[in-house]
Design a protein around this ligand. Structure first.
Ligand SMILES: [Zn+2]
Length: 302
């Protein structure tokens, strides 16, 4: 194992040492080689060739951007994300042509992994800016600083710094022993594509360890108790603001009792059941998900 997880490892030097150098950042914004990734109302500009805007197209985006974030450097080339949400739909379409503003969830697995990761990074940073325009402590407006990696409260009596956030969520493949390598627990949620079965998942609550969350979520959703909770890998998941922490856990009870508010179905699947999914009208989760990565890892074990 193992294949790389989508949206990880952009290969960018995040250049945190340069974020506070306003002259350097201003120079990069007018540099003809600088690459810009526009995001319009949570949609990434994709299907363009090249994928990243530079030169006049980049300058046009920068001039009309509501927020700009330095993503980092690839070699000498600076990459910025630019939120252009305040332009109308027609202007956005013109700005992005021949590319299109598109939901990354529908196309993230079609890009080279480094590019998909940079698109997700851009989206994640700009979602954070949009959701933190006001100070959570005093309610005054905040302003971007440190090339987009900080928002500062404008109330002089408060002046709190707010740093980019991501919400931890656990996602876990629960297995049970049995003939032919045992089976794994997969569930179908009401919002899933028809026939899609995936790993269970849930948000971490204050006061919980990640292992606590895994055990709680599996029991809440499927009535199954687990032990031997082991971390496997993680994935940024900016839909809209999560970090998925992937785990494997062993079931210690096997009867499934679904919580109908969370799942419409759940079952134990052997490797053979999974191989026969298409003929039974079932499918595994989307190719860019860590859910599929966790399932593939288990399938590859003999
Ligand atoms: Zn404040």
């Amino acid at each position: 194992m193992s294949k790389r997880i989508y949206y990880t490892g952009s290969g960018l030097d995040r250049a945190d040492r340069l974020r506070g150098d306003t002259h350097w950042v201003a120079d990069r914004l007018t540099d003809a080689t600088t690459c810009v990734l526009p995001v319009w109302r949570d949609l990434n500009l994709v299907a363009a060739d090249p994928l990243y805007l530079s030169g006049d197209a980049a300058r046009n985006v920068i001039e009309r951007a509501d927020e700009i974030v330095l993503l980092g450097l690839r070699g000498e080339t600076a990459f910025f994300a630019a939120d252009v949400s305040s332009v109308d739909e027609v202007a956005a379409a013109e700005m992005g042509a021949p590319g299109k503003f598109t939901d990354l969830r529908t196309c993230g697995s079609t890009f080279p992994l480094d590019d998909g990761s940079i698109l997700a990074y851009a989206k994640g940073m700009l979602v954070w800016h949009r959701r933190h325009r006001f100070c959570g402590d005093c309610g005054h407006p905040t302003l971007s600083a440190e090339a987009g990696h900080l928002r500062k409260c404008t109330n002089a009596d408060c002046a709190k710094p707010h740093f980019p956030r991501t919400d931890p969520a656990v996602i876990m493949l629960v297995t049970r022993p049995g003939p032919d390598g045992g089976s794994c627990l997969l569930g179908h949620k009401p919002g899933f594509l028809p026939g899609m079965y995936s790993t269970l998942a849930g948000f971490v609550e204050p006061g919980e360890s990640l292992e606590d969350t895994v055990a709680r979520e599996v029991f809440e959703e499927a009535g199954v108790q687990v032990a031997d909770v082991r971390y496997r890998a993680s994935q940024p998941w900016p839909f809209p603001a999560s970090l998925m922490l992937g785990y494997r856990a062993q079931a210690t009870t096997f009867d499934i009792k679904i919580n109908p508010e969370e799942l419409s179905d759940a079952a134990w699947f052997t490797r053979e059941d999974i191989a026969r999914m298409p003929e039974n009208g079932k499918r595994l989760p989307r190719p860019d998900s860590i859910a599929l990565w966790l399932i593939d890892e288990w399938l590859a074990e003999t």
